[in-house]
Ligand binder design. Structure first.
Ligand SMILES: [Zn+2]
Length: 377
């Protein structure tokens, strides 16, 4: 069991690319000797490794400490697609093994299927269950503040399903649930482009639109777990009806579902965003108008987030090939033209492509985040 200082060392290391004992001592306001003692125990326990960076010619470089990739393993299950994707990741966030299974909507059946798939999955890498720290599950819907109960999921047709406890009973693992966009934000914070950002917002752009915020290094869940439900911000008062019962929500203008609907309404020969972009390049005015409408709505929403929260970074997570052309250009223009001139261009916008496995990896990173960031102070 790690003591409080060792837990803090882990937190610092996960947020860095490696740190020296001296820097850790400075940040924790402890003596280097005290840090050395703590680190020695962690090295002996196989949690950390040392690496010596190449000399820059200015004296001996200090030894950097890093988390060992094989110091801990996590499992993640995504319930977002037509099939469940289950992955195994290491402490560096690398996906080591993956499997898929049918998505049972009956929770008991689903739990049994996930539990049954775990032994074969981890055996692929000769890892035993006691080396696995936890299991994360991501789904579309509301999760309670303890990350244990799926309060509501329209996609799964669930209400108040205590999925974490059910999975824990079947697997013996610590289980945490997370909403899809929040899980992806956690994944980018733990292992991706937002590793060093303490304040950032992730926007997920797919069939629906999601968002999640990190403030001061912590995921912001909101008073009722509903923080980040950007999809249902009203962008066009009195606009198209939304599945939520309101009108003119961002989802009705900018989601891939909305773009597909507009494409059908205009009878365009296009099956994907890539094809719609190709039509726009050829000068098809209907295709250009659809991409403009979607890009403007998305950019406007992001500008509002920047204006309200002033984040260090915005991460846009999109489907492969869905954010390359006119859509991206219009989004960027709409951001610039809707923030105060003094804030224009000050917020870096990163974009990452995601696929089915990204969600399962995000789920696994929720388990890793719980392990590292939610360690008791
Ligand atoms: Zn809505």
């Amino acid at each position: 069991m790690l003591n409080a200082h060792q837990q803090q060392i882990l937190r610092l290391l996960i947020a860095s690319q490696g740190m020296s004992r001296t820097l850790i001592a400075e940040q924790m306001k402890l003596s280097k000797a005290a840090i050395t003692t703590q680190v020695k125990e962690m090295l002996n326990a196989g949690l950390l490794e040392e690496s010596i960076p190449e000399s820059n010619g200015q004296g001996r470089p200090s030894v950097l400490l890093k988390m060992r990739a094989d110091s801990a393993y996590f499992l993640g299950a995504s319930l977002l697609g037509e099939r469940v994707v289950l992955v195994l990741i290491d402490m560096h966030g690398h996906t080591l093994a993956a499997t898929e299974m049918a998505l049972h909507l009956a929770p008991a059946q689903l739990v049994a299927a996930i539990a049954a798939a775990i032994p074969a999955l981890i055996a692929q890498k000769s890892i035993s269950l006691d080396q696995v720290i936890g299991l994360g599950v991501t789904l579309s819907g509301f999760i309670d503040e303890h990350q244990a109960v799926c309060v509501q999921s329209a996609l799964l047709g669930w209400k108040n399903v205590p999925l974490a406890e059910m999975l824990k009973q079947q697997t013996g693992l610590d289980v945490s649930l997370e909403n899809d966009a929040k899980a992806l934000a956690v994944s980018e914070k733990m292992f991706g482009v937002a590793k060093k950002a303490r304040n950032f917002t992730l926007i997920s752009h797919g069939d629906g639109i999601g968002s999640a915020h990190f403030f001061q290094g912590q995921l912001h869940r909101g008073a009722h777990g509903g923080a980040g439900e950007i999809a249902h911000c009203t962008i066009e008062p009195g606009g198209r009806p939304c599945r939520c019962g309101k009108r003119g929500c961002l989802d009705t203008l900018a989601s891939l579902t909305a773009i597909r609907e507009s494409t059908r309404d205009k009878a365009l020969e296009s099956e994907s965003i890539g094809e719609l972009e190709a039509l726009a390049v050829k000068g098809n005015s209907a295709a250009i108008a659809i991409l403009h409408q979607a890009g403007h709505a998305l950019g406007l929403s992001i500008a509002n987030i920047i204006q309200m929260n002033d984040p260090e970074l915005i991460v846009i997570a999109h489907q492969p090939d869905a954010f390359d052309g006119l859509l991206k250009t219009v989004v960027m223009q709409a951001i610039d033209s809707n923030v105060l001139p003094a804030m224009m261009g000050k917020t870096p916008i990163a974009n990452i492509a995601i696929n089915e496995q990204s969600w399962a990896r995000a789920a696994a990173s929720v388990a890793a985040y719980r392990f590292i960031i939610h360690l008791p102070d």
